[in-house]
Design a protein around this ligand. Structure first.
Ligand code: ADP
Ligand code: MG
Length: 281
């Protein structure tokens, strides 16, 4: 559905992408997980045709490249740097972007109303964006990406700088877009979000894909051991194991067990394994 092949991009001396390749299957939420500066925004910008790669190719399905307007119409992007007019109201912003997409007057009103409701901003429709919270701006930014009903949606750090309530609304929105059959590309530096939300994840660092798969595959192959802790009256025993279920089964039969705890590795452990660094650094 979306294929990026061997993308290279430099900004002066900085290598933003050093041969990044990805195949993003249709109908899933595909996470690009990596720390700040990994190349996520550069990847999104090239995928949607806002930025030209130095070399490499983008295929948005059936050989379509983002230079072609009819191909670009199949994608919606909610940029990391929020693209809204502060002095316009929520509805005026959506109307402006809908005009760019060439929607007719009645279509524009209908789409704007539906999307304002969908992102929970109907009661703020006629307020200027200037007074909006970070979360409200993010939600409107997302609505603007959906006006032309695109089958591919790219969300670049859609939860940056938002309150927990907006964060949940945005995660829920990404799921519902997927459930409607759209392909969702979701960038984040929050391991927890990628883990909770994404059907597949590519871990990227320094402009390259280090690993790609389902969360389960990545954690299973690259996350390292689980830790089983057995609590008894004599104290806690901590066991590192690749087979926490088997370990529990054997240990639970012993007398005096008061409690157990299982800690499974997460995507943070995968990143650490791959790079020797923490995602949070
Ligand atoms: N317009 C630009 N000019 C110069 N350097 C840039 C520009 N855009 C990105 N970079 C650099 O390219 C690298 C990748 O950036 P970016 O794609 O924004 O990463 P991410 O979105 O993962 O944080 C970083 O080192 C960043 O500083
Ligand atoms: Mg970015």
């Amino acid at each position: 559905m979306l294929r990026l092949s061997n993308l290279h991009k430099r900004f002066g001396q900085v290598v933003a992408l050093g041969g990044l390749s990805l195949h993003i299957p249709a109908g899933c939420i595909f996470g690009l997980l990596g720390p700040n500066g990994a190349g996520k925004t550069t990847t999104i910008s090239i995928a949607v045709g806002l930025l030209a790669p130095d070399s490499g190719e983008v295929d948005l399905g059936h050989g379509g490249t983002p230079e072609r307007a009819e191909v670009r119409r199949r994608i919606g992007v909610a940029p990391q740097a929020i693209a809204l007019y502060d002095d316009l109201t929520a509805r005026e912003n959506l109307d402006f972007f809908a005009r760019l997409y060439g929607l007719s007057g009645p279509q524009r009103r209908e789409r704007a109303d539906a999307l304002l409701a969908r992102v929970g901003l109907s009661d703020r429709a006629d307020h200027r964006v200037k007074g909006f919270s970070g979360g409200m701006k993010r939600r409107l930014n997302l609505a603007a990406a959906l006006l032309h009903d695109p089958p591919i949606v790219l969300l670049d750090e859609p939860t940056a700088g938002v309150d927990p309530q907006s964060r949940n609304a945005i995660l829920e929105m990404a799921r519902s877009l997927r459930d409607e059959g759209r392909t969702v590309v979701y960038t984040t530096h929050y391991m927890e979000e990628a883990q909770r939300l994404c059907d597949r994840v590519a871990i990227i660092d320094r402009g390259r894909v280090l690993a790609e798969g389902t969360v389960e595959q990545l954690v299973g192959t690259l996350g390292g051991s689980s830790v089983v802790t057995i609590q008894t009256d004599e104290g806690d025993t901590r066991i590192e194991t690749a087979d926490p279920v088997g370990e529990l089964g054997r240990r639970l039969a012993a007398p005096g067990v008061r409690g157990v705890r299982v800690e499974r590795p997460d995507l943070e452990a995968v990143f650490l394994h791959l790079t020797g660094r923490s995602l949070r650094d």
